[in-house]
Design a protein. Sequence first.
Length: 55
Amino acid sequence: MQNWRKDLEQRDPYMGRVIRKAGAEYLERSEFLAIVQAAKLEAKESARMNARSRG
């Protein structure tokens, strides 16, 4: 819901961390995409490490 509800905090879709507090200005598209890409890589690495430890 990027850029739809400024009154809600915004979280990255992979790790669920807050990347914009409720009421704060919207992130620039390039900044948002960089945060999402980093979170995606971190989530993949975390899943890989979890699978390795189980296995």
